[in-house]
Design a protein around this ligand. Structure first.
Ligand code: SAM
Length: 228
């Protein structure tokens, strides 16, 4: 029971409260250790690495890639093969410190404490941005949109962002069973909504493959900026 109520609290928390979760070293270490220990998470990571590798390869080699939020550096290995410099950015100091201690790769890295809503980076200052597992933690639609706008602002060429698909089987079942179990709604996005947002920011939604067809509602959106 305790586990269920903790989960419920997490899904209902504000983006500001979520940004505070991993500020301390111990909280970050616990989160990263748990992620590695669970076999279901290891399968997800294996699938995410494959997807990320394919999408990054389609965009060629980069001078600078931004990983936001980098968390403890889970995605540093697949990203590092595609760039000369990898910027790891997160709002939580604990996560950045964990990544610096445990997530070193052979590619040069830089760590930046920053919010995804307002990054201390100039327009088009990095070649591409990868934003995995943040948007579905933002309960507010305008914040999810602000995040996409900010990712596409700092990126010169492309953005890969995960989102929880409103029309996924998992979310459809959740919506249908809501009257019986009262589980709070997930923070979802629609593919059409993302397509319009990308267009608004001078980009194109090229593809949005699902992580898994059943069991997960996550998709990875590849948004590419049209050449000027
Ligand atoms: C679920 S983790 C994902 C980390 C990494 N992308 C991965 O897939 O392993 C979400 C991360 O988002 C960070 N975060 C929360 N709110 C943020 C914000 N507004 N801006 C940047 N990072 C944020 C948290 O500190 C946490 O490290």
């Amino acid at each position: 029971m305790h586990h269920v109520s903790t989960k419920k609290k997490r899904t209902q928390q504000t983006s500001e409260a979520y940004g505070q979760n991993y500020q301390k070293d111990r909280e970050a270490a616990t989160y990263n250790a748990k992620y590695r220990a669970r076999w279901s998470k290891r399968i997800t990571t294996w699938r995410e690495f494959g997807l990320l590798e394919r999408l990054l390869r389609s965009q060629g080699q980069n001078k600078i890639l931004l990983d936001l939020p980098s968390g403890g550096g889970r995605l540093s290995p697949p990203m590092s093969h595609h760039t000369d410099l990898l910027i790891e950015a997160d709002i939580a100091l604990g996560q950045l410190r964990y990544g610096r201690d445990h997530g070193l790769v052979s590619t040069p890295q830089a760590w930046l404490m920053a919010s995804g809503f307002s990054m201390p980076l100039k327009d088009a200052s990095v070649d591409g941005v990868v934003c995995v597992r943040l948007s579905h933690h933002l309960p507010d639609k305008t914040e999810r949109e602000q995040l996409v706008r900010e990712l596409l602002r700092v990126s010169k060429r492309f953005c890969i962002m995960s989102f929880f698909d409103h029309y996924s089987l998992k979310n459809t079942l959740r919506r249908l069973t809501h009257p019986f179990n009262h589980k709070p709604p997930k923070s979802t996005m629609k593919i059409g909504e993302l397509r319009r947002l990308a267009n608004d920011c001078g980009a194109r939604l090229v593809e949005s493959p699902a992580l898994f067809l059943i069991g997960s509602g996550h998709r990875y959106a590849l948004m590419v900026k049209d050449k000027v």
